[in-house]
Design a protein around this ligand. Sequence first.
Ligand code: SF4
Length: 182
Amino acid sequence: MYIISRCLLGFNCKYDGGNNKRDDIVEFFRTHDCVTVCPETAAGLESPRTPSEITGVRVTEDGKDVFSVKSKTGDDMSELFDYGARLSLASVLVEAGNRIERKGIIEGAILKANSPSCGTGVVYDGTFTGTLTKGFGVFADKLIDACLEERSNQDISDENRLFADDFKVCDENSFARVFGNK
Ligand code: SF4
């Protein structure tokens, strides 16, 4: 089972009311077992909406990242983004759990580049100037944490495993390189 950012499939859930449809990713979705997520929609945000960016990250004592997210008009969106990310992760894990008997463990994720929710490795830097910086979106970060946590529980038997050993998270720019069109 794969996880795909919903806007990459043509859903108009982007902040500007549009989408980021990619025909090759739609084709991948058509031919693979996939679940879709839009963490910002899950948070109850409408489309169109005021864009938001991550303005800082703080690491808590238990090693979790807490993101500060602000809208372009200065509203603190941190809690909403965190809520949407947690809800999306929970729905993905439930879906994976429902598929376990069919061996549908999570094999990978194809997420929208640069997004404060879905970005993987690079996100906008919080200045709303189109500048990119290293980092992960709120949902992408939680997804990777969940995968690492799963792997640290080595005593969990194979049939209860949720993430594949070669689980990969990529953005749409590296999709073809990471997953090809298998
Ligand atoms: S990048 Fe993620 S949160 Fe933003 S519209 Fe696409 S799916 Fe939704």
